[in-house]
Write a new protein. Structure first.
Length: 182
């Protein structure tokens, strides 16, 4: 009888030790995965550190170059429409993106006399999301709405994220809201 009690107590000690150890491991991983947002000073320090890297130096040089200034001036022309998510009239100038681009599916458009890359993201082979966009032709007039415009030294044009496109009064593309987001 004593042997059975000792075995049960020993078994209970081992099991509770394993449970306690497993709980600590889970707490450690959850603490590591949650990061506090950086303060303004920390962000500024991180930016200064990045600007000292070769990529940061290259970006700053591009930003000060005529090509970079042209991209920023083009962005400024549509910034109000982007911020307010209002209609922008555009004309399709090319059905393909610049050579070597890795933006996924997109077209080149002219808005207010400036050229832009209108990017829609990666094209999935099993998805017909861009089917109506493939029917566009050069010189087609479209209405565009977007929430964001970006730039990269690799491209000579600002990159407009295509969220909504209308052609001949019909909506031909509307970005689906992200799942699980706010």
């Amino acid at each position: 009888m004593k042997k059975i009690i000792y075995v049960l107590i020993l078994l209970m000690v081992v099991v509770s030790g394993l449970v306690f150890a497993n709980r600590e491991i889970k707490n450690e991983t959850s603490k590591k995965s949650i990061q506090k947002p950086l303060s303004a000073a920390e962000r500024k320090a991180a930016l200064k550190k990045w600007e000292a890297t070769p990529d940061g130096i290259m970006y700053k040089n591009w930003e000060a170059s005529p090509a970079g200034k042209k991209v920023f001036a083009s962005e400024a022309k549509i910034r109000k429409s982007i911020r307010n998510y209002t209609n922008m009239e555009g004309v399709v100038t090319s059905l393909s993106l610049p050579p070597g681009s890795r933006l996924g599916f997109g077209v080149m458009v002219r808005i207010n006399g400036e050229d832009y890359i209108l990017s829609f993201g990666p094209e999935k082979s099993d998805d017909n999301e861009f089917q109506q966009l493939h029917n566009l032709k050069v010189n087609d007039k479209i209405i565009i709405k977007s929430h964001s415009v970006s730039h990269a030294p690799k491209y000579s044009y600002p990159i407009v994220s295509g969220d909504y496109v209308e052609h001949d009064g019909k909506i031909i593309y509307k970005r689906a809201p992200r799942k699980g987001g706010c």
